[in-house]
Write a protein that binds this ligand. Structure first.
Ligand code: SF4
Length: 440
C-alpha cells in the first residue's frame, strides 16, 4: 500500500472552524491523507481562515507567503485556503497567490476531496458557492477512532441578523439548521467514541430550527433529546443572540440536568443608541431583564459576553451605558475588542471614534470585566464542583479539567484519568484558573 499523504491544517478563529477542520481532515482521510502537525513534510497545506479579526485577509496572504519556499522545494505540494476569508476573497486569492491550488468556501467542504484530486500541475479550483445541498449530508460519516472527552458539534450555520459590524451573514450565508435526527446520530457516535461533553455550535445557535419528528425542533427540544443519550454527561451551546432566547430554552437551563450552567450571550454595547446603530434589534434594558429571567430559572448560571467599544458614533455617555450594563449583569468571563471595520459591512463606511479614546475605553471596560471575573472565581473557593478532566497539566501529577461553569480547574492526583468526571473542592483561585482537591 502506498504511504499515506500528509495533510497540515492551520485553523484560525472560532470553534466552528475547529469543528470544520476536523470534518475536512476526516473527509481527506478518505482520499488517503493523514494529519500532520508540521507544514514542512506535508503533501497538502490547508489554511482554515477567519474573517472576524482586523486585516484578516492580509494575514492570510502573509501566512501563504511563508509557504512559498515549501512549494518551491516541492512542486507537488498542494495549498488550499478554506473558511470565511476564502468565501469573501476567493477569486482575489487565486489572482494574488498563484501558488494556491484551491480555494473552498465553508459551505462546500464536502467537495474538498474531489477538488484536491483535480488540482496540481497548473490546474486550480475555486468553489465559494452556497450550494442547495447540505454539506453535512455529503461529508463522510465520522471515523470510529476513539477521541477525547469533549467535542464540538455544529448544528446551525449562517445568520440572518445582519449586525452592522459583522461579516458572518455574507461569509456563511443565511441561517440553516441541520435535521435533528442527523445531530442525534452524530452525538451518539461521538459518545460511542468516548465523548462525555458536547458543545453545540452555530453562528446563531439558539435560532436553531432543524427538521425533527413532528415538525421543526427548537434548540431546547434538541437539548432535551440529547439529554436522553446514555453516556453523554454534559451539554453546552454557543453562540446565542438575545432575541432568540426563547422561553423553552430559558426553562431548559433550570430543568435539564445535563445542560451546563454557563451561557455566552453577547450584547456588544450598553447604549440603546449604539445598539440601534449596530442593528442589534434589542435594548440594554431588554438584555438585563432577559438575564434576570435566565437567572430566575438557573440562579448559579455563569454569564459570559462580547463587547465592542468605540463603535462609530459612540460617545462617552454611550460608553457609560456599557459600563452600567456590565455592573448590572456581573459577568464571569468576556471577550472585548476595540471596533475595527470589516470591509463590506454597513459600519465600515462610518467615521471612526478617536483611536486613543477607544483604547482608553477598552482599558476601562477590561479592568471592570477582569474585576468581575476574579470576584466570581474567588467566590468559587470552598465550593464543590464537578470537573470533567481533559488533559494532563504542565506540572508532574497535575490534571486539568473544566467545571460545570467552564472554569479551568487544576488538581494534583494520580487517581484521575482523562475523561473522568469527578467531584472537586475548589481551594484556590488564580488569574485564569482554579485549583482544587479531589473529593472522596
Ligand atoms: S448575530 Fe452574531 S453572527 Fe449574526 S450578524 Fe450579529 S454578530 Fe454576526
Amino acid at each position: 500500500m502506498a504511504d499515506a499523504k500528509k495533510l497540515y491544517i492551520k485553523t484560525y478563529g472560532c470553534q466552528m472552524n475547529v469543528y470544520d477542520s476536523e470534518r475536512m481532515a476526516e473527509a481527506m482521510g478518505g482520499a488517503g491523507y493523514v494529519a500532520t502537525d508540521s507544514p514542512d513534510d506535508a503533501d497538502m497545506i490547508l489554511l482554515n481562515t477567519c474573517h472576524i479579526r482586523e486585516k484578516a485577509a492580509e494575514k492570510v496572504y502573509s501566512e501563504l507567503g511563508r509557504f512559498k519556499p515549501l512549494k518551491a522545494a516541492n512542486p507537488n505540494l498542494k495549498i488550499g485556503v478554506a473558511g470565511c476569508v476564502a468565501q469573501a476573497e476567493g477569486a482575489e486569492i487565486m489572482r494574488r497567490q498563484p501558488m494556491v491550488d484551491l480555494v473552498v468556501g465553508p459551505q462546500s467542504y464536502h467537495r474538498l476531496p474531489e477538488m484536491e484530486a483535480q488540482v496540481g500541475g497548473g490546474k486550480r479550483a475555486l468553489d465559494t458557492d452556497f450550494p442547495e445541498e447540505d454539506k453535512f449530508e455529503h461529508l463522510k460519516a465520522r471515523p470510529k477512532a476513539a477521541r477525547g472527552p469533549t467535542a464540538f458539534l455544529t448544528v446551525q450555520e449562517g445568520c440572518d441578523k445582519f449586525c452592522a459590524f459583522c461579516v458572518v451573514p455574507y461569509t456563511r450565508g443565511a441561517e440553516a439548521s441541520r435535521p435533528a435526527v442527523r445531530v442525534l446520530e452524530e452525538a451518539r457516535d461521538l459518545v460511542d467514541r468516548g465523548v462525555r461533553e458536547i458543545t453545540l455550535l452555530g453562528q446563531n445557535v439558539n435560532a436553531y430550527h432543524g427538521v425533527g419528528e413532528g415538525g421543526d425542533w427548537s434548540l431546547a427540544r434538541l437539548i432535551w433529546a440529547l439529554n436522553d443519550i446514555d453516556g453523554l454527561e454534559r451539554i453546552r451551546f454557543t453562540t446565542s443572540h438575545p432575541n432568540d432566547m426563547s422561553d423553552d430554552l430559558i426553562n431548559a437551563h433550570g430543568e435539564c440536568a445535563k445542560l451546563m450552567p454557563y451561557l455566552h450571550l453577547p450584547v456588544q454595547s450598553g447604549s440603546d443608541r449604539i445598539l440601534k446603530a449596530m442593528n442589534r434589534k434589542h435594548t440594554a434594558e431588554g438584555y438585563i431583564r432577559l438575564i434576570e429571567r435566565i437567572r430566575a430559572a438557573r440562579p448559579d448560571i455563569l454569564i459570559s459576553g462580547d463587547f465592542i467599544v468605540g463603535f462609530p458614533g459612540e460617545t462617552e455617555a454611550d460608553f457609560a451605558g456599557t459600563m452600567a450594563l456590565v455592573t448590572a449583569v456581573g459577568y464571569g468571563q468576556c471577550y472585548s475588542f476595540k471596533y475595527s471595520a470589516r470591509p463590506g459591512t454597513p459600519a465600515a463606511e462610518r467615521p471612526l471614534v478617536d483611536p486613543v479614546e477607544a483604547s482608553d475605553r477598552l482599558a476601562r471596560l477590561q479592568a471592570l470585566l477582569t474585576k468581575q471575573q476574579h470576584a466570581i472565581q474567588n467566590s468559587m473557593v470552598g465550593r464543590d464542583v464537578s470537573v470533567l478532566f481533559e488533559r494532563t497539566g504542565r506540572l508532574p501529577g497535575q490534571m486539568v479539567g473544566k467545571s460545570e461553569y467552564l472554569h479551568a480547574v487544576h488538581v494534583n492526583s494520580d487517581d484521575i484519568a482523562v475523561g473522568d468526571l469527578r467531584r472537586v473542592r475548589i481551594v484556590n483561585s488564580g488569574p485564569n484558573s482554579l485549583g482544587g482537591e479531589l473529593l472522596p
